[in-house]
Design a binder for this molecule. Structure first.
Ligand SMILES: Cc1ncc(COP(=O)(O)O)c(C=O)c1O
Length: 458
């Protein structure tokens, strides 16, 4: 499959010193007008004029390869004409509907229900809350508390679930939450099967998954573990912000079975890894596990803000207006989302992503063998991470080298972001319609940048 006409294939094309003169003006004005939390332009200092597929043109007409994809939102790339056509049609007809039924709304819900993991497929209810992923997490928290009449929540180390109070309580990173504690009470974090740094010091991914799942069961089984029966377990089947961590394929299934054994609703957060990102429609499909409740957002809206939860039909025990919000479903986003699902199915995008992802991983793994600072290359589909370390023996994380590599890639025309427990993971989240040629160029720039930064270590 060729998506060459969806991006600027001549990318990268860097004509000015970066940031260019016009970008600098925009960035200075932004700094004057907006508050300190603005973050991405501090890592990749450009002002954007145009996005096209998997490429971005800045206001100085430099063209970049986009390995960031709007933090995973832009599965089908910037300004995909297939989506544009559908949204233009609906925008002429309607603007805002809250949760009144419309043709496009019901069409989208049915399409979502048809692609869900097996236990939920055509056996689910869908609820749209506010437009962000965090809101979907908030609604999953409420629903599970109503179902179980309990309060506690089990989340995983390395998790990212959002920034609103409940979602933030389930997010593991200290930096984001330490100034606002306490958030919601009774949240317990247990280890994720992060085999590169397995807390149980195991030697293989399978052993790490087993030890981690056993510990999870111990927490639920032992009346003195300190954890009172929780209302839900929430997991990213493949962790995103935690550093593109792919657990062994037995892990999520084991956790799900244990959670269900103890009658704790299992929530899969597919906000980042869903919608073909990992080479399957949902990342949980790699392990064959199905959740009770699933959160979805990012690519769901085809580039526009939209979030939802899907849950088993028999769990529809909450009442009218139990979770509401003014923007509970945005018409433009719904049209874009409906078009996106069609595009994914018509183009067998999951397969394309799987093949391209495997190819990229292979190229990076070859490079990793000759590098002393690439600790681990890992990923599924087009959710790939490279863990940067000071040296491979000690595995000491190096956020400093990682940001230097990101900056070097930027100077060469590739936009990429950083994540991970120690801010030392380069995270590849390109639009899924990126061509093999652009992906290859981007990977070559990445490996050249790593070699350059490595050669400068004194
Ligand atoms: C797995 C996951 N859950 C939840 C969220 C929160 O979504 P939002 O930023 O739209 O609130 C994110 C955002 O990156 C995410 O990756």
């Amino acid at each position: 499959m060729m998506f060459g006409d969806l991006s600027f294939e001549e990318a990268p094309l860097i004509k000015t010193k970066l940031p260019g003169i016009r970008s600098k003006e925009f960035l200075n004005l932004q700094q004057k007008l907006e508050g300190n939390p603005v973050s991405y332009p501090k890592g990749s200092p450009i002002a954007i004029k145009q996005g096209f597929g998997a490429t971005i043109k800045d206001v100085d007409d430099n063209i970049f390869i986009d390995f960031f994809g709007g933090a995973g939102v832009l599965a089908l790339g910037h300004c995909n004409p297939y989506i544009d056509e559908r949204i233009r049609k609906v925008q002429k007809e309607i603007t805002h509907t809250l949760d009144f039924p419309t043709e496009i709304r019901l069409e989208l819900v049915e399409k979502i229900q048809n692609i869900l993991p097996s236990d939920l497929r055509n056996n689910s209810k869908v609820i749209f809350g506010g437009p962000t992923g965090s809101d979907a997490v908030e609604s999953a928290i409420k629903l599970s508390k109503i179902i179980t009449k309990r309060h506690g929540i089990i989340a995983f180390e390395g998790a990212y679930h959002g920034m609103t109070s409940g979602a933030l309580a389930l997010t593991s990173g200290k930096f984001w939450k330490e100034k606002y504690m306490p958030l919601i009470p009774e949240v317990h974090f247990v280890p994720y099967a992060y085999s590169y740094r397995c807390p149980f010091k195991t030697n293989t991914a399978a052993a790490c998954a087993e030890a981690t799942a056993n510990y999870f069961e111990h927490v639920l089984e032992d009346p003195h573990s300190g954890v009172v029966d929780p209302a839900m377990t929430i997991i990213e089947p493949i962790q995103g912000e935690g550093g593109s961590i792919v657990p062994h394929n037995t892990f999520v299934k084991k956790i799900t079975e244990i959670s269900k054994k103890y009658e704790i609703p299992m929530v899969f957060d597919e906000i980042q890894a869903g919608f073909c990102r990992t080479g399957k429609f949902f990342s949980s499909e790699h392990s064959g596990a199905s959740p009770d409740i699933m959160t979805i957002s990012k690519a769901l809206g085809g580039g526009f803000p939209l979030s939802a939860i899907a849950y088993r039909e028999d769990l529809d025990v909450w009442s009218k207006a139990a979770h509401i919000g003014t923007f509970r479903g945005n018409v433009t986003a719904m049209a874009a989302g409906s078009a996106s699902i069609d595009f994914m199915l018509e183009n067998n995008l999951a397969n394309y992503v799987e093949e391209l992802g495997n190819y990229m991983l292979l190229k990076l793994e070859k490079c990793e063998k000759n590098s002393s600072i690439m600790g681990e290359v890992r990923g599924k589909g087009l959710m790939i991470g490279i863990e940067i370390v000071e040296d491979k023996e000690t595995k000491k994380p190096s956020p400093d080298l990682c940001s230097k590599i990101r900056d070097e890639m930027f100077r060469k025309g590739v936009i990429i972001e950083i994540g991970g427990h120690y801010d030392n993971v380069l995270r590849f989240l390109p639009p899924l319609i990126i061509t093999k040629k652009l992906a290859e160029t981007g990977i070559d720039i990445c490996t050249e940048s790593i070699e350059k930064i490595e050669s400068e270590i004194v």
